[in-house]
Structures are given as C-alpha cells and as structure tokens.
Design a binder for this molecule. Structure first.
Ligand code: MSK
Length: 635
C-alpha cells in the first residue's frame, strides 16, 4: 500500500507504525480530503470578498460570472497571481532577514555572526557596483547590505531592483523591461499585487498575469539576494560527502532535526552543538549530538556543513515516527502543523523559533539575532533533556541511507571546471555542450506533493535524462529526493549516465580529486538557491553571446506544491526556460490564462510551462525541447 504513496523505502517501514499507533500522516489526510474541490483545482473559486465565495460552472449552464461580475479568466488570474505574490513574499522576507543580519554584523551589533566568505562579499560588491578595493570588509558589507535593502524601499518605478540587474543577461533585462515587468521594489510589487487583485480592481487577465510575472521576478530578486548574502555570512558551498535518508538518525545520539528554510538559527545550532557534546554524553548519548536536516534548512546545512539530510518535505512526519528525534527545530516555511501532534505522540520537543511562525501545542524559543548563540544553546539543552525521556522500545530507524556528494553552487561548479581549463573555466562546459557530450542541462526544483507518488517522478525523469546525456542540477526537496534515492553519488553516475555525460563528469571529478566522476545530479542547495543555477546559465549565455532562452536548458518541478513554487516556475518561464510541471496547475479553469502561460509566454519570453504528469513522457518532451534549442543554435 505504501508503495502507492512514496518511493521512499523509509515510508514502507514507518507508515505501518503510524497505522498501528493510529497516528495520521499527510497521506491519511490526503485520502480523507478526497474528492478534492473541483472548483479549487480549476482555480475558479473566488474568495476575495464576503459577497462570495463564488464559483464558476466550468461545464454546465450554471453561473459564468461571480456576484461582482468577475468571469473565470479574472478569477483564475487573480488567484494565481496572489500565489506568486505569496511566494515572492516568503523568499524575500527570508532575504530581508539575512540582509538585516549582514547589516548588523557590519555595524558590529551581532556578535554571534561573522563574515565567513570575504572573497565572495567583495565579488558581490563588484557585481553591485560598490567600491571594495582598499576598504575594510565591514565597511563593504554595510554598503552591500544597505544597497540590498534598497530593493525593498526604492520608489522609482523606472529603476529596477539592484539584484535582478546584476543577475541576468543584458538581452533578458531589455526584454523584461520592454514588457514592464522588472520589479523596482519587492515590497511594493507584492503590495501592488494584493491591491490590484482586491475586489473591484484589475479585471483584465492578461494585465493581471503580467503583474504576477513582475511579482515572480521580485521573487527571483529576493532569492538571489538571500542566497548570495547567506554565502557571505555562512560560507559558500563546496563539495562535501555526506548521506541522506532516515538511516542518518542514530540510536545512541541526541538527534536534532533542523527544519524550515532560513540558515540564521540553524547555522548557530550547528556551531553550538559541537560545544555541548559532553553534556549529551553525560545524559547517556554515547554518540553525542547528531544533527540532521529536513526540507530546505536541511539543504542549507547539508551543502555548507555536510550535515546529513534526514527528510524532504513529505517525509518530515516520518522522521518523527522513528521515535528517535529528540528535537525538531523549525524556522519558517514548509513546516506541517501536524508535527505538533506527532511530536506529542513521542517524546520529541518541537521547537518553533520565529515569532511569526508559531504552532499551537509546541514549545517556542523566540530567536533573535542578538541572542542567537544563547537561543541555540537553549534549544540543544531542550533536545538533551528530551533525549532522557526517549523510550528506546519505540525507536525504529529505517536502515536506509545513501552516500551523497553535495555542495555544487555556481562557484563550486566553476572551480571544478577551472581544473580543466584555468584560463577559461566555462570553455570545457561550453565545448561539451557544443559537441553534444552534454546534450542539454536540466534543473530539477521544487517540492513534494501528495498529488504524486513521492520522489518517484524525480527519479524516473533523472535516470532517463541522464541516460540521454543531460547534465542534471537540483535544488530544494527535489534535490532531497535525489540524495535519498542514491542519485547524488559516483555509483549513480556510473550506473545511469550516458557514455558521453559519464566521460565529462569523470574528467571533472578526477581533476577535482574525487577519484571518480562527479555525482549524477549536482546538489545546488535549498529552494531559495535556484538563483545559483541561473548564475551558471547566465555565465554560459554571456559566453556564447545569446540570451537565456537560446540555451538547451530546461527546468522541471515534477511535484510542485507551494506558492513559492508557483513564483519560481513563473520567473523560470520569464527568464526563458521551458519549465515542466508534473502537477496540473490550478489555472485550467481559464483558457486565457492557460494559453498565456503555455503558448503566449513562449512567444513573448521564450519560456513557457509544459504540463505532463507522466515522468517518462515528460522526459521525452524535455529532450525534444533541448533538441529544438540545439538546432536553433546550429549545434
Ligand atoms: S522546502 S518550498 S517543499 S522545495 Fe524548500 Fe521543499 Fe518546496 Fe518547501
């Protein structure tokens, strides 16, 4: 039965435990929700005012307009662009948090943080047009932080956000400027979307969707600054060997699961936990403290510190069902409220840490950057106390973990390529794309969804594309899926890569001293780190002298789920990438909106959504797109 829900072997071990103990999981609740609301699935239910809710009859003779007169196109457009705004808000709030922390460090107010990658700070300053030569790192950091924060404050509509200007090709910026979709101020753009989708405002679906595209590009801007400034504060990822899946939990250790997205607290927990090993041992944990990751906080500490990844999104409850997690520490985003109940079924401390992200029934430690190390110490102490209450009889750790080589940010990829050509690091990549050894590049991003069999499409598509010599990059819970299923190690490359791709990955891996190929799928980081893939793509496009929509580069989110994924998918098409969705987006109640994001987008932007739930067919379609682009490039 479990095999229908998830490809993850840990689910097969732990879902029977949930059933026996009468604990509901996400899959039980999904089942209980059937049949799901057809109006919602089509996007034609409107709740923007209290005259409603209204819904459009999509097939029969029922209402074709809501009470105010809004038709299906307007309702669908309003709903989906509000999702884009929510996604942009989430990523950008994360980014603002990091930027404010950098400012605090620069001004000497945050003793628990430091600039860990000064070279990157100086490179960023260069990109943003800030003078750095001969200046102290704190002085430069202050200017970088203030210029970044101006992306939340600028009131000049004609002056686009700094980060997006510094992150795309000139041609793409011109195209987006021509469509008037370049964001000038993240907060203003998000507010603008909420305003124009309010009752009685914008009722032109095309105009609404263009407003949404601007919101999605604000999301890109927020992600780019979040990623880059996090690298300055916490270090830029470099390849590291670690492991993934629930077998990374240890019976004889205090297990602390770090869950959410923002590295501001989790990075300090990593640091402080090292200093508290003796306390854990005194409490009876002979192996000390074992930190593991969940979702994208998991990815953050995975790619920077090699902390093993226990679970991606849909597996977060499974981690608690092991009975071995002593504390699950959560920050923001993608945290199922259900974990409060699951934690209470065991001895597990669920610790919320952000004042705007509490969960009833859990413990809250109010995290502040000023007291970050102390907060981290409090949390580790709670975990050690909980460990003392753990019932060993209820511990069941599935014996599944896969070796994973992770930490391939843009810098790491370019550094690896530089080992083949120090003068011109992009040349080996470009040459191999041109000669066809690398047929194309696919970025796998996004979430897990109960609307699909967990992880399954990721794995099927990756194996098929790799066999066809497509270079694979991954972020977020998609990356988590590949790590858990053993596609981020050298054995996977030897087993699944096509001959020419294998040759390229082997040449780079051996030059990098890995004694074999690079892993089959390169882990670029958390879902906020999709901007890393854009950095590589922009470098490649600039080298060839083309725009992003000319590259044989595609994106895929086989299990897209969150509003953040809606925003990411939309900026992906705005940047010119054909973007596969494995889940039917909630827009099909409007032909206008559906055509806009699948067909018109292709003409206007080069990128477009391609919806295909079947992973084999999806891989075929992406290969066809890659080949079409190769032909257009004359290669
Ligand atoms: S955690 S947004 S389920 S990738 Fe980034 Fe995973 Fe998607 Fe959340």
């Amino acid at each position: 039965m479990n095999q229908n829900f998830s490809l993850d072997p840990s689910a097969s071990v732990l879902l029977p435990v949930a059933k026996k103990e009468k604990i509901d999981t996400v899959w039980d609740r999904h089942k209980a929700m059937q049949p799901q609301c057809g109006f919602g699935q089509l996007g034609i239910c409107c709740r923007v005012c209290w005259k409603g809710p209204c819904r459009i009859d999509p097939f029969g003779d029922g209402p074709k307009r809501g009470i105010c007169g809004a038709n299906a196109d307007v309702i669908v457009a309003r709903n989906v662009v509000r999702m884009m705004a929510a996604g942009a808000a989430a990523h950008s709030e994360h980014g603002r948090h990091v930027a404010l922390a950098l400012l605090g460090v620069a001004e000497g107010r945050l003793a628990d943080y430091q600039i860990r990658d000064e070279a990157k700070l100086r490179r960023i300053a260069g990109r943003l047009g800030i003078e750095e030569a001969g200046r102290g790192s704190h002085e430069v950091a202050r200017d970088v932080a203030l210029l970044t924060l101006a992306d939340f404050q600028n009131q000049d509509h004609h002056d686009p956000c700094t980060w997006i200007k510094a992150s795309l090709t000139e041609k793409r910026l011109d195209k987006l400027a021509g469509l008037e979709v370049l964001p000038h101020n993240i907060d203003a753009v998000v507010t603008g979307i909420m305003a124009r989708t309010n009752v009685g405002c914008d009722a032109d679906p095309v105009n609404l969707v263009l407003g949404g595209v601007k919101g999605a590009l604000a999301d890109f801007n927020g992600m780019a600054l979040a990623t880059e400034l996090s690298d300055v504060l916490f270090g830029t990822p470099r390849p590291v060997i670690t492991a993934a899946n629930l077998g990374v939990l240890k019976e004889d250790a205090v297990n602390i699961a770090l869950h959410g997205h923002n590295p501001l607290l989790s990075d300090l927990v990593c640091e402080i936990a090292h200093t508290m090993e003796d306390e854990a041992r005194r409490a009876g944990a002979s192996a000390g403290i074992n930190l593991v990751g969940v979702c994208c906080t998991g990815n953050e500490v995975l790619v920077r510190h090699g902390i093993p990844l226990a679970a991606n999104y849909l597996s977060q409850e499974l981690a608690l069902l092991t009975g071995a997690v002593d504390a699950m520490v959560v920050d923001v985003q993608c945290i199922m409220p259900s974990i409060a109940e699951l934690g209470s079924c065991f001895h597990t401390e669920i610790v919320t840490t952000m004042d705007d992200c509490k969960i009833t029934g859990t413990r809250h430690v109010s995290f502040k950057e000023e007291t970050g190390a102390e907060n981290a110490r409090q949390i580790v102490t709670l975990a050690i106390e909980a460990f003392k209450r753990r019932n060993p009889q209820r511990v069941l750790i599935p014996d599944f973990k896969e070796t994973s080589i992770v930490g391939f940010g843009a810098e790491a990829i370019l550094e690896a390529l530089a080992l083949l050509d120090a003068e011109d690091p992009l040349k080996p990549l470009l040459d191999n794309v041109v000669n066809g050894n690398i047929r194309g590049i696919a970025l796998f991003a996004g979430c897990n969804s109960t609307n699909a069999k967990q992880d399954s499409s990721f794995v099927t598509m990756a194996k098929k594309l790799a066999a066809e010599n497509v270079l694979l990059l991954a972020t977020g819970c998609g990356a988590g899926a590949f790590a858990k299923h053993g596609l981020m190690n050298q054995e996977a490359t030897l087993a699944w890569a096509g001959e020419t791709l294998k040759g390229v990955l082997t040449a780079i891996g051996e030059a990098a001293g890995l004694g074999g190929p690079l892993p089959l799928v390169l882990h670029m980081g958390s879902c906020v780190d999709n901007s890393r893939a854009v950095q590589v793509a922009v470098a490649l496009a600039d080298k060839i002298g083309v725009d992003l929509d000319a590259l044989p580069l595609v994106a895929s989110a086989p299990e897209a789920m969150s509003e953040k994924a809606v925003a990411i998918g939309t900026w992906s098409i705005a940047l010119g990438l054909p973007t596969h969705l494995g889940i039917m987006p909630q827009v099909t109640g409007s032909k206008v909106v559906t055509d806009l994001v699948t067909e018109t987008a292709k003409e206007l932007l080069g990128g477009y959504f391609l919806v295909e739930p079947d992973p084999e067919a999806a891989a075929e379609k992406l290969l066809a797109v890659i080949d079409e682009r190769r032909r257009a490039l004359g290669i």
